[in-house]
Design a protein around this ligand. Structure first.
Ligand SMILES: [Zn+2]
Length: 406
């Protein structure tokens, strides 16, 4: 099949006027100027073709609220059933690949691959590694209960580990579940009760043990970081993707450039939370207020310094949630443009830069290029004129995943 378009947005920052993309089975066989494109019996014309979008920081957890305590007491089977619907909403919103950083992604991947569930390609982390008392601990529970629930369980959502040996074992447990990326909390967080987002979590030795074990399996490591000490520790330990990056400084931005690390800003969750602050637990409201403005400054700084950015939202809400709902992912791009990024660069964060967040396992995806996955968006208008068009499905002629149209 050949698709002709006024605009081809290639995924690496290039644009071709009057271009064509050819697909055979699940792969792209040609992407370039129409005048050199091979003939085809089946030709379609659209305004714009671009690669399917990458969400690089999401959670398939089937939750309706941003309250860890409440959601922990919803049955996992119940949450998993909600996730099936969220997967479908993701794909219909033009997201064809998801790096899932804590949740049911490792299982969703299998269900999507076998064809049981309609959804994007999923690269899951399994459980998030956290220190005892850290961002991924449930502070209101007695420790004995928490330890019983998590220490020797499958831990596809939470996995508290302390000391380099437990860190190594924690990574191995996630690999055993099928993790294709490892996630750990290198600083405190906003939605957890007692820890401070500014403080570092995990020592250098612990972070290093996580990175080393993941690297042996050729798996990338994502570090949740707000405070500067956590960002620095993660980078020095060899982490290549910094999530949130709230207290990024000029020096740390330079260190990110030196280490060729990517920032995944997740502005979306902050924007949603600030608009609906009363839906968050009290302690989280306070921490959200404390970090929201600083986060915007950090994002502007990263854009100005030319730090590589990949689009990620921290999206987690199921379809009946009042906020932070899967399918609203593309809103993130608007925030990048508002913070000073060129529209074309914002599209690169969600296309060509997506696979880079998976390190050595980066698939051939996110670009209009021969041999790459045939994951495409066929659009009725040009997102370079306004990236907001990607938030509205009526602008989509079709979402194509693996050569099939949805
Ligand atoms: Zn997250």
């Amino acid at each position: 099949m050949r698709i002709d378009a006024e605009n081809l947005i290639m995924g690496d920052g290039e644009r071709i006027k009057n271009g064509s993309v050819m697909i055979k089975d699940t792969k792209i066989t040609y992407a370039g100027e129409s005048e050199h494109a091979p003939e085809s019996t089946e030709v379609k014309s659209v305004n714009t073709i671009m690669p399917g979008l990458w969400e690089c920081h999401g959670h398939y957890v089937g939750v309706l609220k941003l309250d860890f305590n409440q959601e922990f007491f919803t049955h996992p089977y119940h949450q998993a059933m909600r996730v099936a619907k969220d997967a479908e909403a993701t794909l219909s919103a033009g997201i064809t690949s998801v790096r899932e950083l804590g949740g049911y992604g490792v299982f969703l991947k299998r269900a999507v691959q076998e064809g049981s569930v309609l959804g994007p390609r999923v690269y899951g982390s399994g459980g998030m590694l956290s220190t005892t008392g850290g961002h991924g601990d449930m502070h209101s529970l007695p420790y004995s209960v928490w330890a019983y629930l998590t220490k020797n369980s499958d831990s596809w959502l939470y996995n508290t580990v302390d000391g380099p040996d437990e860190c190594t074992r924690g990574v191995r447990k996630q690999l055993r579940l099928g993790a294709e990326v490892i996630k750990f909390h290198a600083s405190g967080g906003v939605l957890s009760e007692l820890d401070n987002p500014i403080n570092q979590q995990f020592s250098y030795e612990e972070a290093k043990a996580i990175v080393e074990e993941a690297t042996r399996a050729q798996v990338a490591v994502a570090a949740h970081c707000h405070g500067a000490p956590g960002i620095k520790n993660a980078l020095l330990a060899g982490v290549k993707t910094i999530e949130h990056g709230t207290f990024l400084t000029e020096d740390l931005a330079d260190l990110m450039l030196e280490k060729e690390a990517l920032l995944i800003p997740t502005r979306f969750i902050i924007d949603e939370s600030m608009k609906m602050l009363d839906l968050l637990p009290d302690y989280a409201q306070e921490k959200m207020r404390m970090t929201a403005d600083r986060h915007l400054e950090a994002m502007k700084l990263a854009i100005k310094k030319g730090v590589s950015i990949a689009m990620g939202t921290d999206i987690a809400g199921s379809q009946l949630a009042p906020m932070n709902r899967w399918g609203s992912n593309a809103k993130e791009l608007q925030f990048y443009v508002e913070a000073g990024m060129k529209p074309m660069d914002s599209l690169v964060t969600a296309t060509g830069n997506g696979p880079k967040t998976l390190g050595a396992r980066a698939p051939k995806s996110g670009m209009l290029k021969e041999g790459y996955d045939a994951d495409l968006l066929l659009l009725r208008s040009n997102p370079l004129d306004d990236v907001k068009i990607l938030q509205d499905k009526t602008n989509f002629e079709a979402v194509i995943k693996s050569g099939k149209s949805f």
